[in-house]
Design a binder for this molecule. Structure first.
Ligand code: SF4
Length: 705
C-alpha cells in the first residue's frame, strides 16, 4: 500500500514514466554496484573502487552470470544511467563514513520511483550491537539487505538466493542467510552471524587484470591495491579491531605483482600531463610480512619502467621494524613510514586495547627512519578514553624527540562498527560528542529533476571524563603550531641546530605558543580556534537542517564552510605569513639558545640568514614556480644541514658571501602544476595539496654559484 502511494506521488513530482518503469524493473535482472564519492568541490574519496570490483568479479564467477555488473564511482554518472534507464533490479552501495548519506539519498529516491528495486548496502559503517543495528535499519527502511563483514561470498549468496526466489524479498529475508542482515515485512529481524572470512583471497578474480577498472584510470582517481586483509591488533576505535578481522589473509605474490604491473602499464598509457601519479595500498600493516618485500620490489620496478607510483599512501607495520624499513628503502622515498602511536600514555593505550603494540618499536622506527633518510610520520588521536592535556602534550613531545618528520594529530571520530562507538563505551568514558561535516563530503545533486543537498556528518569526541573541552582546544592550538613549525621542517636548519645543541624542539614550540599572542600570527590562531568551535554542532538534526538549505550547501561547496581547519590555517600561515613565522621562530630560538648558555654575538646574524634562506625555498611556491630567486648569505647552509659532522655554524661561515640560486626543477614545476590542476589553487585546494604531497618536494632547489 505504502509503495503504491509513494509511487504515484513520485510521478507528479518527477515526471517519470510509471508503468514502463515498473515493468522494466520487473523484467530486469541487472545488478549495479556503487562506491560513491562527492565530486563538486573536489573528488573527495579519490581511490579507484577496487572493493566493489572484487565483489562484482566474485559474484559473476561464482554464479556464472553472463551480464557484467557495472560499477559506479561518480554520482553524476550513476544518476545519468538511472535517468536513461533501464534501471537495475539490484542496486548495491558500499557504506563508508564519507558516502553513506549520498548513497542512501539516491537509494531512497529510487525506491520511491521503483519500489521493486532491491537496495543492498554493505561496508564497515554499520553498528556492532544488535540494538543499534535495529535502530540503524529502522531509520533507513529503504535498505532491503545489509551485507556485514567481508562482502564477496555473502553478496554472491544473496544474489543467488534472490535469483532462485524470483526476487521475492521477504522469502529471501526469511532464509536468514549468514552475513545478511535485514528486517522482514512482519518486523522480524535477522541479524545472522558472519560467514567465515575467505582463507585464499586469490579466489577473487582481479578486477584490474580483467580490465573492469580501466574506465577509472581518469587522472583523478588513485589506484588502490590490497595485499592482505585483516589486522592482528585490537584497537577499540577501529573497525578492524574486532576479532573477526584478527587473522591476516593474503593475496599471493603473483596476484599482487600482476596487479601492480597492470596498473603501472595503465598509468603509463593513460596518464595525461596533469594527471595524478600515486598509489594507495589498503593494508593495515604494510611491510610487516615477507610478501611485502616482494610487492616493494615489484613497485620499484614499475617506478623505473613506468615512472609510477611517485607516492605511496599506506599505513606501515607496527612491528617488524627492520622489514618495514627495508620496504621503505626499496621504494626510495615514495613511501613514508608510519609509526602511528595514537597515544603514548599507558592508561590510554590500555583503555583502547592497544597495549599489545610495541611502543618502543614504533618510536624506534622514527629514529631508524631518520638514520636511513626515509620520511616518517606518526598519527596521534586526541580525545581517546583517559586522554588529557598532559598526556597529549607528552605524546607529541616524545614523537618529536624520536625524530618523526611529521606529527599528524587527529580528533577522535566515533565510527560505526568500532567498539568505542557503542553506547556502553560512550557512557563509560563520559564522551562529549559533537557533529560536524566531513571535509569535502557535501554536494548538491539532481535526480529525475529533484535537487537534493546532501552532506556527510561525522561524530567527534571533544571531551571526556579526563579531558575538559577547554583543554581539548589547547591541544588543538598546539596541533596547529606543530603543523606550522615542525611538520615538513620549513625551518629544517634551525631544527638541526637545536638537535646538535641538545635543545628540546618541543620546548621551543611551547615557547612559540607563549609568544604568538604578541605577533601578527595571533589572528590566524584565533580564527583557527573560532573555526574549531564553530564547526561543532550539538544536534545532528540541526546540522542536517542547516546544510540542506541551498545557500548553505553552496557555502560548503565554495569552501567557505567545511574545511579541514588544521590544514587550511596551516596553509594560510605558510603561504601568507612566512615573514611573521620567520621572526617568531628567530625571537624564540634566541631565547632558547640563551637559556642553554649560547650567547655568541654572531647568533643573531646566523639565524636571520638561515631563516631567510628557508623562507626563500618555500615563499610563493604556488604562485610563481617558474622564476629563479637569487640571494647572498655568509653561510654554507647546504653543508650545515647535510653534513652530520658539522655542528657549529661558524664552521660554515665565509666572510665573502655565497651567491645562492633558488629554483624549481622541471620535475617540481610539473608536480606543482599537476597538483594545482587536480586540487585547485585557492587556499582550500592548496591545503589539500599540502596534506597529500611530501611538502619538502615543493621546496625550491638550491645551488651555490
Ligand atoms: S588501528 Fe590499525 S592496528 Fe589498530 S586495529 Fe585498526 S588497523 Fe589494526
Amino acid at each position: 500500500m505504502r509503495a503504491a502511494t509513494v509511487f504515484r506521488v513520485s510521478l507528479v513530482v518527477c515526471n517519470v514514466p510509471s508503468e514502463a518503469s515498473e515493468k522494466a524493473i520487473l523484467m530486469s535482472k541487472q545488478i549495479w554496484l556503487c562506491d560513491l564519492t562527492y565530486t563538486q568541490q573536489t573528488v573527495a574519496a579519490d581511490t579507484i573502487p577496487m572493493a566493489i570490483g572484487c565483489i562484482a568479479e566474485y559474484t559473476e564467477k561464482h554464479l556464472g552470470l553472463t551480464s557484467k555488473i557495472p560499477l559506479f564511482k561518480y554520482p553524476e554518472e550513476l544518476i545519468k544511467q538511472l535517468e536513461n534507464g533501464p534501471i537495475p533490479r539490484i542496486l548495491g552501495f558500499s557504506n563508508y563514513v564519507w558516502n553513506f548519506s549520498l548513497s542512501y539519498e539516491i537509494a531512497k529516491f529510487m525506491k520511491l520511483m521503483a519500489p521493486q528495486m532491491i537496495i543492498v548496502f554493505g561496508g564497515p559503517n554499520y553498528p556492532i550491537q544488535d540494538e543499534e543495528r535495529q535502530e540503524f535499519l529502522a531509520k533507513h527502511p529503504d535498505i532491503d539487505f545489509y551485507v556485514v563483514g567481508e562482502g564477496e561470498a555473502a553478496f554472491a549468496n544473496l544474489v543467488e538466493a534472490l535469483l532462485e526466489n524470483n526476487f521475492y524479498v521477504d522469502a529471501v529475508k526469511n532464509l536468514a542467510l549468514p552475513s545478511i542482515h535485514c528486517i522482514n515485512s512482519s518486523g522480524e529481524r535477522f541479524f545472522t552471524s558472519k560467514l567465515e572470512r575467505m582463507v585464499t583471497l586469490d579466489e577473487i578474480p582481479s578486477p584490474y587484470t580483467s580490465g573492469r577498472l580501466d574506465k577509472f584510470f581518469d587522472g583523478k582517481l588513485m589506484p588502490l591495491i590490497q595485499t592482505n586483509r585483516g589486522c592482528p591488533f585490537s584497537c577499540t576505535f577501529c573497525v578492524e579491531g574486532d576479532e573477526y578481522y584478527s587473522k591476516v589473509r593474503k593475496f599471493s605474490t603473483e596476484r599482487v605483482n600482476a596487479d601492480v604491473e597492470y596498473i603501472g602499464n595503465q598509468m603509463h598509457l593513460t596518464r595525461g600531463p596533469n594527471a595524478r601519479n600515486d598509489l594507495f595500498i589498503a593494508d593495515s600493516n604494510f611491510g610487516m610480512y615477507p610478501g611485502d618485500i616482494d610487492t616493494s620490489k615489484a613497485l620499484r620496478s614499475t617506478r623505473q619502467r613506468y615512472k609510477w607510483p611517485e607516492y605511496i599512501n599506506v599505513a606501515t607495520g607496527k612491528n617488524k621494524k627492520e622489514r618495514v624499513i627495508e620496504a621503505a628503502e626499496l621504494l626510495e622515498g615514495a613511501l613514508r613510514l608510519s609509526g602511528s602511536v595514537q597515544s603514548l600514555d599507558p592508561k590510554v593505550l590500555s583503555n583502547i586495547r592497544r597495549d599489545n603494540i610495541s611502543v618502543e618499536q614504533l618510536v624506534d622506527l622514527g629514529l631508524h627512519a631518520k638514520r636511513v633518510g626515509v620520511n616518517s610520520y606518526s598519527e596521534i588521536i586526541l580525545g581517546l578514553p583517559g586522554d588529557s592535556k598532559d598526556a597529549h602534550f607528552n605524546t607529541i613531545s616524545q614523537i618529536i624527540q624520536a625524530g618523526f618528520n611529521i606529527v599528524l594529530p587527529w580528533q577522535l571520530m566515533l565510527i560505526n562498527g568500532s567498539e568505542l562507538a557503542t553506547k556502553n563505551s560512550r557512557e563509560k568514558h563520559q564522551m562529549d560528542v559533537r557533529y560536524r561535516i566531513f571535509p569535502r563530503c557535501f554536494g548538491s545533486y539532481q535526480l529525475f529533476g529533484k535537487t537534493f543537498n546532501i552532506a556527510e556528518i561525522e561524530e567527534v569526541c571533544v571531551a571526556n571524563s579526563t579531558l575538559p573541552f577547554e583543554d581539548y582546544l589547547e591541544c588543538r592550538r598546539l596541533n596547529l603550531f606543530v603543523a606550522i613549525f615542525y611538520n615538513d621542517s620549513i625551518f629544517s636548519g634551525l631544527l638541526k641546530l637545536f638537535r646538535s645543541l641538545k635543545i628540546s624542539i618541543f620546548d621551543w614550540i611551547l615557547l612559540l605558543l607563549e609568544k604568538s599572542p604578541y605577533s601578527s600570527l595571533d589572528e590566524i590562531i584565533q580564527d583557527f580556534l573560532e573555526a574549531t568551535r564553530n564547526e561543532l554542532w550539538l544536534s545532528r538534526t540541526d546540522l542536517e537542517n542547516f546544510y540542506r538549505s541551498p545557500e548553505n550547501i553552496q557555502r560548503y561547496i565554495n569552501g567557505e564552510l567545511g574545511k579541514n581547519n588544521l590544514f587550511y590555517f596551516r596553509t594560510l600561515a605558510i603561504t601568507q605569513h612566512i615573514n611573521t613565522l620567520k621572526s617568531l621562530a628567530k625571537d624564540s630560538a634566541l631565547v632558547m639558545l640563551q637559556k642553554a648558555g649560547h650567547n655568541s654575538p654572531e647568533l643573531d646574524g646566523f639565524l636571520e640568514e638561515l631563516l631567510e634562506y628557508h623562507s626563500m625555498r618555500i615563499r610563493d611556491v604556488f604562485v610563481d614556480s617558474n622564476s629563479e630567486l637569487i640571494a647572498k648569505f655568509h653561510y654554507d647552509f647546504l653543508m650545515f644541514e647535510n653534513d652530520a659532522t658539522v655542528v657549529d655554524f661558524s664552521d660554515v661561515h665565509s666572510e665573502t658571501p655565497y651567491v645562492y640560486h633558488f629554483s624549481h626543477s622541471d620535475e617540481q614545476k610539473n608536480l606543482i602544476r599537476r597538483n594545482l590542476a587536480v586540487h585547485g589553487s585557492d587556499s582550500v585546494g592548496i591545503a589539500r595539496i599540502l596534506s597529500r604531497v611530501f611538502v619538502k618536494k615543493l621546496y625550491r632547489d638550491v645551488e651555490i654559484a
